[in-house]
Design a protein around this ligand. Sequence first.
Ligand code: AMP
Length: 190
Amino acid sequence: MSMTAICVFCGSSRGTSFEYAAAAERLGKAFTEQQINLVYGGSNVGLMGITAKKVLQGGMHVTGVITEAINARVGALEGTELHVVRTMHERKAMMAELCEGFIALPGGIGTLEELTEVFTWSQLGIHAKPLGLLNIRGYYDPFTAFLEHMVKEGFLRKEHLETLLIDEDPEKLLDKMQNFRYAYQSKWNN
Ligand code: AMP
């Protein structure tokens, strides 16, 4: 069954290269071409705003989940179904519930935190949804090198690392996600 809603984690900044904003637009366009609705952090700033705007323009549904505190400081996009919650924990839980898969575009520490949380939940069998990294300009190369280091040093199972889907092209990444079949591999039997 194909995915109808994907949660995107990405920078509340735009980054220093125009390639990041271009990739956010390409991802938004790919969502509308494949009839995928967007779930995201609900603001109009940085790559977040660019992705959401493109998905809205393409006529697909956008759900934003934001905390009261962040909502008081940034704007929302008109046309978004906005859920304002109290805490970051509530926000992430709701975003995870509303989607069938996750994509991380380049971003900062907030993006990293969100993507490592859903990666952790996947290895624990809490969810079975695909997680994709959109690796623009090799942005995530140092991160994936660190994950390989974790495997080499015996802190991360190779099978778990292999569940992380990586591509520099939004459409190819979506294809990988659509074809993903979750197989639980226990973290504990080593
Ligand atoms: P960062 O990567 O540090 O820019 O943080 C981006 C991620 O954290 C997003 O996926 C959001 O869920 C959350 N976040 C951080 N800052 C904001 C903001 N100004 N507005 C909405 N969400 C934000």
